[in-house]
Structure formats: C-alpha cells, structure tokens
Design a binder for this molecule. Sequence first.
Ligand code: ZN
Length: 223
Amino acid sequence: MKKAVVLLSGGLDSATALYLAKSEGFDVHTICFNYGQRHDRELNAAKEIADKAKVTEHRVVSINMNQWGGSSLTDKSMDIEHGDVNRTDIPVTYVPARNMVFLSLAASYAEAIGAQDIFIGVSEVDYSGYVDCRQEFIDAMEKTINLGTVMGAEKNQPIQIHAPFVNKTKSEEIAIGMQLGVDYGLTWSCYNGGKEPCGTCDSCLLRAKAFAEAGYEDPALKQ
Ligand code: ZN
C-alpha cells in the first residue's frame, strides 16, 4: 500500500481529505500541529477523527507560532473578529505563512517514511481570503518540496501534494464526505476555543452556510 501523509487539523476540510485518501487506497499517516492556536480543542478532534478512521500513525507536532503571533488565533491579546462570510479583506485570523510551515513539516515526515503523497484540505472557493489556500501556492510548494528533498531531487520519487477541494465549495466537500462516511460530529471548526462552537466567528459561519447548502444538519450541533 502506498503511504500518504494527511494534514489533519480536526476541522471538516481535513477530515474529508483524510477519508478521501483512505478511499483511494492509501496507507494514511496523519500530522497535526499544536502551533499555539487558541482553539487547541481542535487537537482533540483531530485525535478522535484519526482514531475513528484507523490511521496507521497520528503525529502531533508542536511549533510555538504564538511566540511572534501576528494573528488573532495565536495572539490572545487580539480578538477574533466577528464573522462575515462576504468579507473581501484578509481577516486577523490569518496566521502568517501557516500552510507553508505545515507543508514543509509534512514533507519532512513524508520523506522520512517514504510517502510520495501529501493531502491537504484547502479550498480557494469558500475560504477567508487566506493566500496560502490557493492552487498557485500549492503548485509552488510542490515544486519547492521536490527541489529540497532527496526523494524529489535525487531518487526520482517526486512528492505530490493533493489538494482535492481547492476548487470545491465546503458544501460540495460535505456531500463527498457524507458519501465517504466522515463523522462530522467529531470535527471542530470554531476559532474560539470554548466548549461549544461560538456560532459567530468566520469559521462557524462558513461551516453553518456549508451544511445548509449541502442540505444536512451539522451533527456537531445536535443535542
Ligand atoms: Zn466560532
């Protein structure tokens, strides 16, 4: 079985990417990042999702990006702004260069275990204007990874980054995930790290909109 590394945050995009990788026959290894995010509750969600999906290995990597902050997710002195699904500016929840850091570490993990495939659940359709969720960025990272790894540069075993939802809406993702048996009740999207989702941040609003469009109730909200 071919090994794949799946970036798993505990949210619905990455959970769907995990199930998609499994459905394509990959031996799945998940990597999750404790980067100093205020919603570190998502780490528990990632663990539960990985366990339920029976992945081969689930790795949690700690990188304290809250040392320099620069985002309301990693700097507790900043407030999470009220959600707006129609916003056009870059919200303060944007974490500087997050996916570049995450994909670099995923590439290191992939090379160490001999995996040529990395899955990331980014979308440039229903996103918050995050520049590191675009196809252009993914393509450039794939090129960089293959220049900076022995697998890519010497062994002719190039690493491919799969971003299967980059052109899909979140509701399309949910429709795919429901077919694949994703337990969305285990996923966590809220940027605020409370016991229950706040229902007002960008991430909660995008999630609610996606479930409504897909025609499903969000199982995480069921009593
Ligand atoms: Zn929220």
